[in-house]
Design a protein around this ligand. Structure first.
Ligand code: ATP
Length: 308
């Protein structure tokens, strides 16, 4: 197969992280997954991925950035798995690629960083190899790689059901400003779901997305949205990382409209009214010295996009 790109040329893709505005979870299913009802919002923290042509059957990945040492570069790297799956399903044995990822999305931080990189690799390699793939083909492959990958491809605001991978669009007006509090250390998603299973009561509420939250998004009303944020995994994450209570309390004391553990944590996301409130809150949180770092972001933003 001929590539339209010559050796040495690079396809560069940017992929956003996400916060879950709502994350409701049912009990563990016989297949090991949990049925979710979630509302994703893609936010402006981005990993960048470069894909370059490599010899037939040669696949490699290098990772750069503050937390690069936490990301595997072997066959378990999700971006590498995505590239190989794409080559197998839509390409030929003649294909290969060298990937470079510059990480800004926190690793094992509950913001779907690995899934974002997988989505980025699917798009970048389909362009690099000039494959005849439709967007739906990438979504179908993405579902096989991880439940968050379909959302990372599309971005914006979406309702996720089943494993979180069956997406429906959600109407959302305006831009929402967030302050992310990144924590030291990781919190593994399976460990958080394990603790969730231990803590879950049989009479737990149904998997409902609060109507008030959907109305707040339609109205573009951050104060109402902040009051409706809900994450069923938060008690489990707090039980594994009690220090996050302090982070949540500090953000609320400093005037956030709402604060929530993002996905399985340990990142905590605080919603504020505008950019100047975001600056105030991030300065206040940083001065408490209770998080690794803070970052101001906004959403919704698109999913994976070609940069060059
Ligand atoms: P999620 O919210 O989707 O459950 P997360 O954001 O908490 O996940 P990730 O950063 O996606 O966590 O990392 C989850 C695991 O995947 C980690 O053990 C990490 O080492 C591994 N991993 C594999 N490939 C990547 C990648 N490209 N980037 C980050 N982590 C990766």
């Amino acid at each position: 197969m001929a590539s339209p790109l010559t050796e040495g040329e690079v396809v560069r893709v940017r992929a956003s992280g996400k916060v879950n505005l709502v994350l409701r979870s049912g009990p563990r299913r016989p297949d090991g997954y949990h049925t979710l009802a979630t509302v994703f919002q893609a936010v402006s923290v981005y990993d960048e991925l470069d894909a370059r042509w490599a010899g037939p059957g040669q696949f490699s990945v290098a990772v750069q950035g503050e937390q690069a040492d936490l990301v595997p570069t072997d066959d378990t790297n999700l971006a590498l798995r995505a590239a190989k799956l794409l080559a197998r399903r839509f390409g030929s044995e003649e294909l290969g690629c060298a990937l470079t990822i510059r990480k800004a999305i926190p690793v094992t931080g509950g913001m779907a960083g690995g899934s974002a990189d997988a989505a980025a690799a699917l798009l970048a390699c389909s362009v690099l190899w000039d494959l005849d793939t439709a967007p739906d083909d990438l979504v179908t492959l993405g579902t096989r790689l991880g439940a968050d990958v379909p959302f990372c491809l599309t971005g914006g605001t979406a309702l996720g059901s089943d494993r979180g991978d069956r997406l429906a669009p959600v109407l959302s007006r305006g831009t929402y400003h967030w302050v992310l509090a990144f924590s030291e250390g990781e919190l593994s998603t399976p460990a958080v779901f394990g603790r969730f299973d231990e803590l879950r009561r049989d009479d737990a509420a149904a998997l409902e997305v609060p109507a008030g939250l959907l109305n707040a998004l339609i109205a573009g009303d951050p104060a109402s949205l902040g009051a409706c944020l809900v994450n069923d995994l938060e008690p489990a994450a707090l039980s594994l990382r009690p220090g996050l209570q302090q982070v949540l309390a500090a953000g609320r004391d400093l005037g956030a409209l709402g604060g929530i553990v993002s996905g399985s944590g340990p990142t905590v996301a605080f919603l504020v009214g505008d950019e100047s409130a975001a600056i105030d809150l991030s300065v206040g949180l940083a001065s408490h010295g209770i998080c690794r770092s803070v970052k101001r972001v906004y959403g919704p933003v698109p999913g994976v996009r070609l940069i060059s």
